[in-house]
Design a protein around this ligand. Sequence first.
Ligand code: NAD
Length: 436
Amino acid sequence: MNKITIAGTGYAGLVTGVCLAEIGHSVICVDKESPKVEILKKGISTIYEPGLEEMLKRNLEAGRISFTASSSEGYKDAEIIIITVGTPKTIDGLLDLQYINQVSIEIGQSIVRPDVIIVTKSTVPAGTSEKIKGWIKSNLSQQLNFHMAANPEFLRQGSAIYDMFHGDRIIIGSESEYALNCLEDLYKPFGIPIMKTDTSSAELIKVAANAFLALKISYVNVLSNYCEQIGGNIEDVAAGMGMDNRIGLSFLNAGIGFGGSCLPKDTEALVNMAKKAGEPNKLLEEALHINRRQELRLFQKAKTRFSNLKGKRVAILGIAYKPDTDDVRESAAIKLARQLVQDEASVIAFDPVSIENAKVELGELISYTNSLNEALKGAELALIVTDWEEIKTINLNTFSELMKQPVVFDGRNCFQLDIVEKYPIEYHSIGRPSIF
Ligand code: NAD
């Protein structure tokens, strides 16, 4: 059992903290936002993530996890400190290290125990652990030895708990044998393959992996647009490609592109880091460019179909960037809504859990509902943006029963074409023939 402190209780930090408590460690989570800390202390999760709140409550009751807004209280007794503060995009498309810098200063000022291991789990450019080491060192209140390690996070929002216990790999990078061994012991109980490497390689693995996934998605999306021109079906094409083990089926779903807080940001960061290093990566630049176009694909299709969207009642189905999360960061729904409003359409958006987050982005520009039927009532066109289970399992008669005109643009290919054909709806999807 280790005394672990998590710095930052966002999506990555809260899940990590709760899961480490679940396997028996004594965990303190520090967050600078006191209201968030107060909510978490009551056992209420501040993010929507399946299974998280139950696990949080269980570990609070067992006394294995606690929350504080005080950095000195949080860090002073820790054996391992895991940094999970945000690294948002800078205006130059790089990863902003201001929160990392701030938390490093606070850690430096607070640690008193020798040989504490400081782990960077936040996604950072290669070389950041060295910077963190310097920031901590110059803020130490007494001479102390400590160890740096990089341990990037690969969890997927929506299945984060499952991923903690069943991920494909755990990457640990460090120049300290002691840190490598302690972290290997920490993660062994999860039963996931562990790879040990140097710090910079560990840091790079994370952004390189995310950028590769972005590349795969953009590749299939470009093909899907070509399929539409030749009357092909991207799902069959992708399935046929994916049956080749060297390619694999995952991340070959055509749609309206990738969003969320990680893929777009990390890919753009790698593009700009590589450019700065004199090794430009045109491949990734194009993947981002394709994605920006793809996010508005449903809008373009609707424009082509109706020529004028002014005054049309449009239902956006799903606001979250993917199902099972309330995260709307870089969600195509936000961009589509803005574009539709600019064209003077009247927009109502449905989402089961993301409305409050969407309001921060869109305010009163559109109306919102957590009822799928309410969104469809009287709509002249519907855009499916998030493949929520509730949307995928809708009775297809609902569209013709509730909509003024049942014209559906499906950005996630939720329905099989041979089934849609049996219903009185006009259906346009991605990379597949339309049904009239
Ligand atoms: P987030 O914005 O949801 O959470 C960050 C948290 O850190 C916030 O609660 C904030 O209040 C807190 N914080 C900021 N400064 C602090 C300080 N000085 N002391 C204590 N707390 C502080 O971010 P996130 O989505 O959890 O991402 C965190 C990092 O993990 C990022 O680098 C991200 O790229 C990476 N990551 C995220 C995911 C994901 O699914 N969200 C997956 C893999 C990696």
